[in-house]
Design a binder for this molecule. Structure first.
Ligand code: GP9
Ligand code: MN
Length: 646
């Protein structure tokens, strides 16, 4: 009996295939690609999401019955689905997240960092999905006339899809629909709903700002007003209040400067000798993290200036450059400062030309303001940049009546550090004594990590020269120097594994079976993404190490208090006013770090950083806080709420 049924089933499939040859390839092919894209990205296979893939494809297959030019329909939709797979495959390998259509608006910048992307990302498997386009082309060519019409059958497809979706929803791990709506955690949405549903969701969410006057505005305004009423900030004075009031400020935005390079040595030479000097006589926040999204450098600039988290839909600099924000720049301008920014890349990169004016800068000196006498990577070299910056600052200091605040954005240390060998001879090899013979091993030479270390050493030198030149010009006497790493270097975990576990004696990499093996797990990797934050003045004599967990969002409240400016919409905290256990860094996907845990929203898991039991309450309270500040930031950005708040 069973046999007959199975034969029947296969018979039906065979008949279906004969009757709908193109559609059969369409269904099976797009389904296979959806499986492949998981394999080549997260490697997670949630059964529920596979049901959604099939449901999605069957809805389209059903719709094809309603259109006249079916082959054209199959061709176009397959093309888009293949593009989804290729793009996400490439993107994930680089960013560890999935692509957003809102990036199309920023694609011009992606093109400029194209070099980096090509070098780090492209794997042949990222193009494996193209097999389907070729196969479809071939099958369509064989079936030029197209398949017979059977319009009525479309409802059968829709019913099957609906059943598959219901089963999918009923399967663990259960994920709330609000995740789909908020799309804070792209990996989670991709894992739970599959690549196709993810991308449609992303499209809908990306179009949301466009319709923001129609949908959600009133609720966003009400919620945000409520949030600020319930979480009234009380301005706390502390021993740092106003210590830098009226002083000039130079902020160095250090491209991709990651915290682990500080204090690191190779062959007894420090990677960052100049930064170390500043750290040893200044304030060093060594538990500090950037909180960027797809807008990387620009997101950090935004969060630094506003104490809001970056947008989850696109990039503030590109998509919301008309919004009004309270910024560090505006606040200081109101106190009589002259506010400027300088950068050795073209002015429209990240839409800075426009956005810097909106943020309150009086002037943006971009590449065209400099003599381009030496170029590496994306533009003017850091050494040349800093050399030319000093006379410009000198001129400003002589011309403006009040103090100045300047942001200097470095560039050479941008991934992939292709020219590192041209501008740095920092030695990252290792010499070892084996049986009385000195043997030199390449170690990090010719690795991506090695190039990065060389490049960081170069940036450190450029910053060191700058500090000296400023001093020679007498510009340091009344100036505060602030330095931050804008985000991590986006180096793969494998590079760290190799750095920590290379054994020069055997010329091999240790494995977990070896005694001296240094474990570097996914959480160590996340934690290693911290970046330095330094505040220094020439007259500081002793170092002060602050290890309260702190994010870019806390800079405006903290540094602002020292400069005596205050933003009542700031979502960060003045870390000089809080206890270590109250520090928290919230990331855009609602993961966060405290002094006790790293909470991964993706895995819904807490990685403990200290001994002691962590209660569910501890986690849920902070998760709620994380969700709140993400939501408030998003509402403000999406609906341009600052001018409308009570
Ligand atoms: C380019 C620089 C790099 O001008 O700020 O931007 P990123 O790729 O780091 O966002
Ligand atoms: Mn950057």
């Amino acid at each position: 009996m069973k046999n007959i049924n199975i034969n029947n089933f296969f018979d039906k499939i065979r008949k279906f295939k004969d009757r709908y040859p193109v559609m059969s390839i369409y269904i099976v092919g797009n389904f296979i690609n959806a499986i492949l894209v998981r394999l080549f990205t997260t490697g997670h296979f949630q059964v529920r999401s596979i049901f959604f893939d099939m449901a999605f494809i069957l809805v389209l297959a059903g719709l094809s019955l309603l259109v006249k030019r079916k082959n054209l329909f199959y061709g176009i939709t397959t093309f888009f689905m293949v593009v989804i797979c290729v793009a996400n495959s490439l993107y994930y390998n680089y960013y560890n997240s999935f692509i957003s259509v809102s990036l199309l608006a920023t694609s011009v910048f992606v093109k400029d960092v194209g070099d980096a992307i090509v070098e780090m990302v492209v794997r042949p498997c990222d193009f494996s999905y193209l097999w389907l386009l070729i196969t479809m082309f071939w099958v369509i060519k064989k079936n030029k006339i197209g398949e017979r019409d059977n319009k009525k059958k479309y409802s059968v497809f829709l019913w099957i899809s609906l059943i598959l979706m219901v089963i999918g929803c009923a399967l663990p791990p259960y994920t709330s629909f609000s995740r789909l709506y908020k799309l804070w955690n792209r990996v989670m949405v991709f894992d739970s709903w599959g690549p196709y549903v993810y991308q449609v969701d992303d499209l809908v969410q990306s179009l949301r700002p466009t319709f923001n006057n129609i949908f959600g505005y009133d609720k966003a305004l009400k919620d945000t007003n409520e949030y600020y009423n319930e979480n009234k900030k009380i301005l706390k004075k502390n021993e740092y209040t106003g210590i830098f009031e009226g002083k000039n400020v130079i902020v160095i935005h250090a491209e991709s400067l990651q915290g682990f390079t500080i204090g690191l040595k190779f062959n007894d030479k420090e990677v960052t000798p100049n930064l170390n000097k500043l750290i040893n006589s200044g304030m060093y926040f060594d538990n500090f993290y950037a909180q960027v999204g797809v807008g990387t450098s620009s997101d950090t600039e935004f969060t630094f200036a506003t104490s809001l988290l970056p947008s989850n839909n696109g990039t503030v600099f590109v998509n919301y450059y008309n919004d009004k924000f309270v910024t560090m720049q505006n606040l200081l301008k109101n106190k009589g400062y002259y506010v400027f920014s300088m950068h050795g890349n073209v002015g429209d990169f990240w839409n800075r030309e426009t956005m810097h004016m909106n943020m309150g800068y009086d002037k943006f000196y971009s590449k065209s303001s400099f003599v381009v006498d030496e170029e590496y990577g994306l533009g003017l070299s850091d050494e040349s940049f800093f050399r030319q910056v000093v006379p410009k600052i000198k001129e400003i200091s002589e011309e403006v009546p009040g103090p100045f605040y300047g942001t200097l954005i470095t560039l050479t240390n941008h991934t992939p550090w292709k020219d590192a060998y041209k501008y740095s001879n920092f030695d990252v090899s290792k010499t070892v004594n084996i049986d009385g013979v000195e043997v030199k091993r390449d170690y990090l030479e010719n690795t991506m990590m090695g190039r990065y270390i060389k490049s960081v050493n170069y940036m450190d030198k450029a910053i060191g020269n700058f500090i000296n030149d400023m001093d020679k010009e007498g510009l340091l006497d009344d100036t505060v120097i602030v330095i931050y790493g804008d985000h991590d270097a986006r180096m793969s975990k494998g590079q760290f594994d190799y750095m920590y576990n290379y054994d020069p004696v055997t010329d091999k990499v240790l494995t977990s079976l070896d005694d001296d093996y240094t474990e570097f797990n996914d959480y160590d990797y996340e934690l290693s993404r911290r970046v330095p934050f330094i505040i220094w003045t020439k007259d500081m004599k002793t170092s002060k190490n602050i290890n309260t967990p702190m994010g870019m969002i806390d800079v405006l409240p903290t540094l602002g208090n020292m400069l005596n400016v205050y933003n009542k919409y700031a979502l960060g905290q003045d870390v000089m006013s809080i206890k270590k256990e109250d520090g928290i860094i919230v990331f855009r996907d609602s993961s966060y770090i405290t002094d006790k845990i790293y909470y991964s929203a993706k895995n819904n898991e807490a990685y403990t950083l200290s001994s002691g039991v962590i209660s569910d309450d501890y986690i849920s309270k902070r998760s709620e806080y994380a969700d709140d500040i993400i939501e408030v930031s998003n509402n403000i950005i999406t609906y341009d709420l600052i001018p409308k708040l009570n």
